[in-house]
Design a protein. Sequence first.
Length: 390
Amino acid sequence: MTSHIMPTYGRLDVTFTRGEGAWLWDKHDKRYLDALSGIAVCSLGHAHPAIHTAISTQSQQLLHTSNLYNIPLQEQLATKLCQLSGMDNVFFGNSGAEANEAAIKIARLYGHQTNIANPAIIVMQQSFHGRTMATLSATGNPKVQDGFAPLLDGFIHVAYNDIPALKSALAEHNNIVAILVEPIQGEGGVNIPASDYLNKIRDLCDSHDLIMMLDEVQTGIARTGAWFAFQHNHIIPDVCTLAKALGNGVPIGACMAKGKASKLLTAGKHGSTYGGNPLACSAALAVLETIEAEQLCQQAETKGNAIHQAFSTQLKNNTHIKNIRNKGMMIGIELDMPCTELVGLALDAGLLINVTGASSIRLLPPLIINDAQIALLIETLSGLINSYTK
Ligand SMILES: Cc1ncc(COP(=O)(O)O)c(C=O)c1O
């Protein structure tokens, strides 16, 4: 049958029809353990009753009015996010790329306010910030940019987790207004930087009057064992972007700002028809309440460390394992050989995983995964890795 969908994705040939918790079922009723959560989105698992109740109740009342009018649920959600993060205000969009667009616009406004005519943002190699023209220009992956020249000006790429590289870029250019960085690179291969990396970036931003912008689209909302990854460093950025797990599958993105950065997107400077509509905000509020009620930040840390420990034990005799790393439930297993085929082998075995950068297995299990499911994940994947690398 001819497909009328643009062929932008290399999809695996499986069709899921329902889910519950960490399980998914396909159209033949085969069951799969989801260790990817729709790429860090469904942290509460599938068909969580709190989300179901929130969105079905809200859909009976009001889905959408536009941002021409007050939206009390949006106010509530912004207040809650600011309480949790220490930020001052929030702009809502519908995706991670849109959240980052807002951040990039804030940085440019800041530059013009400080009389820099051609403001530039430092971004990182191997980063991923989205697929719109601005966010793909910020992204540090030539594959994402290929074919889309001319890219947007005003991004300077430096090596990740490399403070001297940041310092030399700052010394070389006098038009830098902001640094945009992922606390852990997700698409880049679960790259976890030095534990004081963000603290050093905070110091550099303070001493150079730059806006510190964190892309927490993947790391945010409890994934790493804290509400926001920057909380591990006891700092607060000037801008922080969110999406993915914020709606547990209902599309929503958010750009949070603090201090001087929170005063720049004024009336007429930005907007989104759907952004922060009652449906999306009801889902996000339910997500935040559930994470609190079920103590999922703590669980992400405990379960993530247990998974790391178990894989380290199971795979200790496998000489092809280069590295096993995690921050909470962001888990990477790096092999010394390409291993993208493992994705299909795992699918056959009823397990959903992902491979980034050709040789790093990425696991982003739902935070509600239980002990028996964790044991199954470890047994199945260790077995697959051991037979694949034999
Ligand atoms: C760190 C990061 N930023 C931005 C994005 C883009 O988000 P979206 O696909 O919702 O536009 C992603 C998506 O993977 C991401 O991981």
